[in-house]
Design a protein. Sequence first.
Length: 116
Amino acid sequence: MNKEQITGKFDQAAGKIKQKAGEAVGNQKLANQGVADQIKGAAKETWGRVKDTASDVRKTAETRIEAEKDDRKLQTEDQADNTRERIATATEHLKENIGNKLDDIQDRQRQEREDI
């Protein structure tokens, strides 16, 4: 609850007292002022609620934005991990393939030397 809500409630209560007092003594002007104070208090209280709600919405939006940033960061890190793993695996396969080809070449060279 903020200042506007508190003063709004106070103005409404004071307005009711004025209204009842004006009605009790037959003073229409005082009774009308009491109703006007109640309206003013209700407007203040409502404005206070609007401010609180806007603040809550802003905080929720900021929290959501931060969570989305965190999610994007985690997704990016996951993609980087996956890419790194694929590169490491591809490198290992390439090394094995080249090693096999070199072994084949060396075997053929040995065979040729034996044949000579």
